[in-house]
Design a protein around this ligand. Structure first.
Ligand code: IMP
Ligand code: MG
Length: 480
């Protein structure tokens, strides 16, 4: 029978392995493992996992640590303890004296003196770390390190099981671990959203294959002494884009306060990228996909003309001339995203004076028959490996389509990719991808013509116009 602290280690491993075997939700299993680690070592503990960029660490489960410490900035894997990039355990005797601690002041304020970080590996790849924090100076022994390694391994098994259960690619040595590594983040989607619009937004992100985490991080905004008095928790973090998104779909009276918090956040954390979506933006996003409160309000017919046929031809000629000059002797592959782009593409290439290839691709839209994941309904046929690609778009709105198409093409080994769009609806951008060539900026309104449709109509208009506003005369049906 083990004696001393071995007894506690033994008990913790037994409980943790039972949890892994229990079929419980991943979040609960990880919580048990972390709590067991903390209690057995009479310390705080936390499980940190690499996000999809593999550069940042996010606290995924923790026990016995003050909120003020957990709610610090997302950690950089190569600046925080360094057990993740090196794959070796790191023991720190005094957090105040060690350069491997990224937030020494916060750690000290939280009463932390010594720290131990043990890499969490799935197969042969490091996916994160199990960390232990003590209030006294502790020289961690081999036995301590072995115990935490065993607990980290159990967490890795739980994460891998969960990935398998969700029928994701199992983690293989040397394989891509982004699925398994972010499993606890994905798990967040079973957690209840504060508002239905957030769930809807998560579905849209899923559709466009954008990795997300729901409220993974809070940012302290104000302090009274050491106590945090004001905090801001953005709704979503998109690790692949290093972007936070805040949905402000609630009452107008609360919007002012949100705006204030956002200003503070931007001042205090200037390195953070955050996009704010107001209720109006969100409703327009839904209307774009054909539903939501604004979807029925659209009028029919041609509204104000924004760009005449002659004006379009002039601008397209200018763009073609510039492209021909910039990519002479490069033989670009011009790739258009159907269907809206066909008029622009046809006119653009006929004004270009350099050798080029042309291809098209098409993707399904959210709100269509199957809205779970975007489908490539027509892929390109030309081999673009090592080629210069000019991606040609009719209009860039939220940037979801462009982001998806760029990722798809990059995976095919494109050497260089530039984006050329006829229209730019800037004010609606969620994913801010640089646009290299822009024909016209358009206002935040639905536009039609010159290839662009509204419910498949109006593509054949030679000009670009607004969709007409609904008639102010509404016919109301009273009760009979
Ligand atoms: P995004 O993914 O939100 O950037 O949207 C891009 C696609 O939505 C475009 O390729 C168009 O097919 C469509 N789209 C966006 N705004 C408009 C518009 O005002 N009129 C017609 N189609 C639009
Ligand atoms: Mg398009």
């Amino acid at each position: 029978m083990p004696v001393g602290k071995e007894r506690y280690y033994y008990k913790a491993v037994r409980r943790a392995s039972a949890a892994v075997n229990s079929g419980l939700e991943l979040k609960a299993v990880l919580a048990t493992i972390v709590r067991g680690t903390a209690r057995a070592m009479n310390a705080g503990a936390s499980l940190v996992l690499l996000d999809a960029t593999k550069k940042k660490l996010i606290h995924s489960a923790s026990w016995g640590l003050p909120q003020s410490y957990l709610r610090k900035g997302i950690m950089d894997a190569d600046r925080s303890l360094t057990e993740v990039p090196t794959g070796q355990p790191v023991a720190i005797l005094d957090v105040a004296q060690d350069s491997r601690v990224q937030y020494p002041d916060l750690a000290r304020k939280a009463g932390i003196v010594s720290m131990l970080g043990v890499p969490l590996t799935i197969g042969a790849t490091v996916a994160g770390s199990m960390r232990v924090y003590t209030r006294q100076t502790v020289e961690f022994s081999n036995q301590d390190i072995n115990f935490v390694t065993a607990m980290a391994n159990l967490a890795a098994v739980a994460i891998n099981n969960d990935a398998l259960r969700q029928q994701k690619t199992p983690a293989e040595p040397g394989g891509d671990l982004s699925e398994a590594g972010t499993a606890p983040l994905r798990q967040a989607r079973s957690a209840s959203f504060a508002h239905p619009s957030e769930e809807e937004f998560a579905q849209i992100l899923d559709f466009y294959n954008i990795e997300w985490a729901y409220e993974p991080q809070s940012f302290p905004l104000a302090w009274e002494g050491e106590r945090v008095t004001e905090m801001f928790t953005p709704d979503f973090y998109l690790p692949g884009l290093e972007l936070y998104v805040e949905l402000t779909t609630m009452k107008q009276s609360l919007v002012t306060e949100k705006n204030h918090k956002l200003r503070c956040l931007r001042e205090l954390y200037p390195e953070i990228n955050i996009t704010l979506l107001y209720k109006k933006d969100f409703d327009r996003l839904l209307a774009k996909f054909g539903y939501g409160p604004l979807a029925q309000e659209r009028g029919q017919g041609v509204g104000e003309i924004l760009h005449s046929s002659a004006e379009i031809q002039r601008r397209v000629r200018e763009m073609a001339k510039k492209l021909s000059k910039d990519y002479a002797n490069r033989r670009p592959v011009m790739i258009g995203v159907l269907r809206g782009v066909f008029c622009f593409m046809a006119d653009l290439i006929r004004q270009m004076t350099i050798p080029l290839d042309v291809d098209f691709m098409a993707i399904s839209y959210y709100g269509g028959e199957d809205s779970t994941i975007v489908k490539i309904t027509k892929d390109i046929d030309i081999n673009v490996d090592g080629r210069l690609v000019i991606l040609v778009e009719d209009i860039v709105d939220t940037g979801f389509t462009l982001n998806f198409v760029i990722n798809h093409l990059k995976a095919k080994g494109v050497a260089e990719l530039v984006v050329c769009t006829l229209l730019d609806k800037r004010t609606r951008r969620i994913i801010d991808i640089p646009l290299d060539y822009v024909g016209f900026k358009v206002p935040d309104e639905f536009v039609i013509g010159y290839g662009l449709d509204y419910r498949e109509e109006y593509r054949n208009l030679p000009f670009i116009s607004l969709l007409s506003k609904p008639s102010p005369l509404k016919i109301r049906r009273g009760k009979r």
